[in-house]
Write a protein that binds this ligand. Structure first.
Ligand SMILES: [Zn+2]
Length: 64
């Protein structure tokens, strides 16, 4: 019979984790990323937007 020797009880640490490419902080899987977790790179929308900072060229790719 297998038994847990001082094993941690149910933790929610079962969730996958990634590191945000903007703030370099680890963040946990969220339900809203259920379908696109593979493509998630930012911990939040703020970080996602922070990456597209205005260059010296101003806005690029924006059609008038
Ligand atoms: Zn972040």
């Amino acid at each position: 019979m297998p038994r847990n020797a001082n094993g941690p009880t149910k933790n929610k640490a079962d969730l996958p984790e990634k590191v945000c490419v903007t703030c370099n902080r680890p963040f946990l899987w969220r339900r809203k990323w259920k379908s696109c977790w593979d493509t998630v790179r930012y911990c939040s929308e703020r970080c996602r937007n922070a990456r597209t900072r205005p260059t010296s060229d101003g806005m690029q790719g924006k059609s008038p």
